[in-house]
Ligand binder design. Sequence first.
Ligand code: FEO
Length: 397
Amino acid sequence: MHCTRKVTDGIHWVGANDRRIAKFENMFPVPRGVSYNSYVILDEKTALMDTADSSVAERFMENVTAVLDGRTLDYLVVQHMEPDHCANIAAIIEKYPEVTVVGNAKTMQMIGQFYAGTKAEHTFLVKEGDKLSLGEHELNFVTAPMVHWPEVMVTYESKEKILFSADAFGTFGALNGTLFDDEIFFDAVWMEDARRYYTNIVGKYGPQVQALLKKAAGLDIAMICPLHGPVWRNDLELLLEKYDQWSRYEAEEDGVLIVYGSMYGNTENAAEVLAAEIAEQGMKNIKMYDASVTDCSYLIAEAFRYNRIVVAAPTYNAGLFAPIEHFLNDMKALNVQNKKIALLENGTWAPMAGKHMRAIVESMKNMEIVEPVISIKSALQPVQMEEVRTFVGELLK
Ligand code: FEO
């Protein structure tokens, strides 16, 4: 049976949830699942705001059919061409052959690239500032390149003051019946997934998100309808402030994130000793992760969150222990910046991890490395404790 929710009298959520999915984009674990949001607007004309992933195609099509309730679909607005939102374009065109597909030049190009056999009889090419009237509802198209792909646009509906925001303001996590931010415990239950979604999916594109936030500031927004996660109609400021902070690469908390790699427990022991000394010197906000155990997407979210980071790693093949190398390279790829970072290397006969970690960190923006890097041979020695105390003192300064 169809499963939809009313957003307003004229707008309905027709998306679907996937709780069977193991990894979003086949990369990021989503233990709470994910929602693919889509919206139908009913007016003199009808419009569908994006489609959904192929995994939920059957339920999605059933939902669209139920909300249209015998009416035809006049417009399909394609805001984003990543397949988690556009996989059902062909099915929609097949079911509603008179539909007009609305998108920008890049959108149309990508439809051809992804779905070579798909041909819409009617298309409406839009650019920044273009409008489309559905009757009382008016869609205003706003380009948002690289949030998260180059063709992305968001749509402001001026009658009900709704921003259809594409991937922006989305989050991992399936919707469990609840749709709106005032129906859930966002801070307690959703914030970590929201941060992990933002930092890993959009994190690289901070300047582009800042550009979108500036455009959004010029709009009177009562509701935000993203393509993943809850619809925002109550505490919009909470999310807007977080997006502003994340996209400026400003840490949310004064604290220490410790990420270590360890083969036999000796580097882990050094990290534990460091953590204890950090606590001894007064820091209460400490998070500690084994990079071999915790998926890198969680580490990235924490790297955005805290202002101080400790990375401890063994040398491997005269290089860097692979899980730590992956973490640091991912930090760089996602533009993590403005951190104080302390490095500890281990190597039984020729410690090299520090050199490799330093090279990656120095290629990132505005990273302050605590000097000197601590180097241990096989295991931390009691004689090095004075060095550890000084090192921690510098990190917390
Ligand atoms: Fe949810 Fe960039 O796709």
